[in-house]
Design a protein around this ligand. Structure first.
Ligand code: MF3
Ligand code: CO
Length: 253
């Protein structure tokens, strides 16, 4: 998986392009956050995201990718990732993961958040908090000179210390002129392993955290990933660039 992988180093100019694309991703979230209320359908979220992306002269990155049919991935409760938007309505107490990808002038942006719908139970709040913090810890560990799996290990250690598990079958990734580039960025692993991080590398870090076991399965639609035990899952993702100091988060304003 990691030997022989070519990690493309981006120039400052390319990182500026990636920041533009990822800023659109952040703008989509700013609008969608207001729409995550009971009764909203997941396809209404999808339409709004697509409208915003096209209004910025960008194109949705997921639609058509391996025949994926929508702009967003919207994954509710026990759905981990890659839920397909449709007529399903959000309900009070649900947690909903929204993943957005954007292509602006050939440069890609990718991020995800999990939001509560109305009031959610304490365990759900804890799951969201632990997963968002897992992403933060991953970002803090993403420093030039560290190794890739230092990130993976830091995320896993934090999540498991909180009694949750990290999904194994889906991982983060390099990103640039393609949505998915080398390397894979697992959310589990051993410290001191993997390639050394260098300034100009750009990654989408995306911990997927399950309340129960880490095992997942794919539904018959061919996309929707759900937990094998039916317990809930959360997902946070940012696109980040390795610098001389702290990693720069590209998918925020
Ligand atoms: N953020 C996810 C990923 O990096 C979303 C991909 S959905 C797909 O894999 F449709 F594009 F596959
Ligand atoms: Co991604």
């Amino acid at each position: 998986m990691h030997t022989n992988s070519v990690i493309i180093i981006k120039s400052p100019r390319e990182i500026e392009q990636l920041k533009k694309s990822n800023t659109i991703v952040a703008e989509v979230f700013r609008e969608l956050k207001k729409m995550v209320v009971p009764g909203m359908t997941t396809q209404e979220l999808d339409r709004m995201a697509e409208k915003i992306i096209f209004s910025k002269s960008a194109i949705p990155a997921f639609k058509g990718y391996r025949n994926y049919p929508a702009t967003l991935c919207v994954s509710i409760n026990e759905e981990v990732v890659h839920g397909i938007p449709g007529p399903r309505k959000l309900r009070e107490g649900d947690i909903v993961s929204i993943d957005v990808g954007v292509n602006l002038n050939g440069y890609f942006g990718d991020a995800a958040i999990t939001l509560p719908v109305g009031e959610v139970d304490k365990a759900a709040k804890r799951l969201l908090g632990v997963t968002e913090k897992a992403l933060q810890i991953g970002i803090e560990t993403a420093r030039a000179g560290n190794r890739l799996h230092d990130i993976s290990h830091a995320i896993q250690k934090w999540v498991e210390a909180k009694g949750f598990s990290v999904v194994r079958e889906f991982v983060g990734h390099g990103i640039g002129k393609n949505l998915h580039e080398e390397p894979q960025v697992p959310n589990f692993g051993s410290p001191g392993q993997g390639p050394r991080l260098e300034k100009g590398m750009v990654f989408a870090l995306e911990p997927m955290v399950n309340e129960g076991s880490y095992e997942v399965k794919i539904l018959s639609d061919g996309w929707t990933v759900v937990t094998a035990d039916g317990k809930r899952s959360a997902h946070f993702e940012h696109t980040i660039a390795i610098t001389d100091g702290k990693a720069e988060i590209l998918s925020i304003f």
